[in-house]
Design a protein around this ligand. Sequence first.
Ligand SMILES: CC(C)(COP(=O)(O)OP(=O)(O)OC[C@H]1O[C@@H](n2cnc3c(N)ncnc32)[C@H](O)[C@@H]1OP(=O)(O)O)[C@@H](O)C(=O)NCCC(=O)NCCS
Length: 154
Amino acid sequence: MTNRPLIMRAGRAHPIVLATIHAHCFPAGEAWDASVMAAELSQPGVFGFLAEAGGMILCRVAADEAEILTLAVLQAARRRGIGRALVDAAASYALSQGAARFFLEVSTSNQPAQALYRSAGFAQVGIRRRYYPDGADALVLSRGLRSSDNTNRP
Ligand SMILES: CC(C)(COP(=O)(O)OP(=O)(O)OC[C@H]1O[C@@H](n2cnc3c(N)ncnc32)[C@H](O)[C@@H]1OP(=O)(O)O)[C@@H](O)C(=O)NCCC(=O)NCCS
């Protein structure tokens, strides 16, 4: 039996750990440094979670919609359910803040992230052409957050 990942809220004390995880998971030009993390966390509606084993998620809630801004799990900690646990924690919190739908963008070239999001109930609702610096398109994915809304749930 696997242990449930330990997940905690990320706050203003955590920009450095958030940035450290991000730097291990994204290319140099795409990683967010501690000042970016701090700036994001100071924005209205932005919240985050950290996984003790080495994962992070930042999201924004505005009115009845929430979006995933970024998600990262250290290479050594992957395929242990941490990414899914972070998405689930963020979904629960967004729902508690009044959001009814969750959105995100993911590169067409990012198969692991697409697989994770689809396993968490997200389905494609749009596409943004040449959205990323490498020229890849972004898929816009969405899922309902309310338990009564079974749209897109697995
Ligand atoms: C995408 C990412 C966050 C996934 O984190 P993770 O902790 O490994 O994901 P989980 O263990 O929770 O995976 C949950 C499910 O997603 C799918 N999945 C995750 N990684 C996968 C992979 N490499 N290949 C295929 N399916 C994968 C599987 O269905 C998996 O369930 P399973 O392990 O029982 O088969 C991680 O690979 C990562 O940080 N990548 C680099 C940064 C990134 O791409 N962030 C997302 C930007 S949109």
